[in-house]
Design a protein around this ligand. Structure first.
Ligand SMILES: C[S@@+](CC[C@H](N)C(=O)[O-])C[C@H]1O[C@@H](n2cnc3c(N)ncnc32)[C@H](O)[C@@H]1O
Length: 201
């Protein structure tokens, strides 16, 4: 899909993602995943800043990237309300250049569904993190329930067109195909939701 039309789609969804920052179940998964995020933190595809409430303002220095200006406006507001020190970059993750081996932690939530080449995005994350840097992923992917999986395949073309997301990606296969090392995974909601803790190599 053309990048500009993808950006327009996400701009339109920004108010929804702002409301989602208060979504309780997602909030529980974010809280569980993000314990331990500290130091120089890179957050890719930051959206409306839904992860910011789970950072400790005193221990993080965040660089937050997204290609949607509408999302970034909301993320800036969220950071300022919570006292989170953050720098915002309006960029495409798939072409972004950042200093290599620089970040203690990289956070990416609900974003691998959107990239053209998610393995390449993860390899970029691997380059930007310090060796052994901690990587935190919360993603939705193919269910372990075969019936639900079949539905995900069926609705995928429409979902991609409407929301910009792929609904049928195998997230574990994708992370395994990247240069990251998986440390631990947990799955919820018939295996659709993945919490993945990984390490840069
Ligand atoms: C589904 S939202 C998730 C937002 C946030 N991470 C969260 O957990 O609520 C996906 C976000 O990824 C951003 N995004 C998608 N593809 C991107 C790309 N290639 N470069 C930068 N941002 C991208 C969208 O603008 C959107 O803010």
């Amino acid at each position: 899909m053309n990048k500009n039309s993808l950006i327009r789609k996400f701009n339109k969804q920004a108010p929804i993602y702002e409301r989602n920052t208060r979504q309780r179940r997602l909030g529980e998964w974010r809280r569980r995943l993000l314990q331990g995020v500290e130091g120089k933190v890179l957050e890719v595809a930051v959206g409306a800043g839904a992860n910011f409430p789970f950072y400790h303002p005193d221990t993080v220095d965040v660089t937050a990237v997204d290609f949607s200006p509408e999302m970034l406006t909301r993320a800036r507001q969220m950071a300022s309300e919570l006292g989170i020190r953050a720098t915002f970059l309006e960029r495409d993750i798939e072409t972004l250049e950042l200093p290599e081996r620089s970040y203690d932690c990289v956070v990416s939530t609900l974003s691998l569904c959107g990239y053209e080449d998610p393995v390449k995005a993860l390899n970029n994350i691997n380059r930007w993190a310090k060796p052994g840097g901690r990587i935190y992923l919360l993603e939705h992917g193919m269910s372990t329930n075969r019936l639900l999986g079949a539905v995900q395949h069926l609705v995928n073309p429409a979902a991609r067109r409407i929301s910009g997301c792929h609904y049928n990606r195998d997230m574990i296969d994708i992370v395994n195909a990247s240069e990251l090392n998986i440390v631990k995974t947990e799955r919820y909601w018939n295996g659709i939701i993945h919490l993945i803790w990984a390490q840069a190599t």
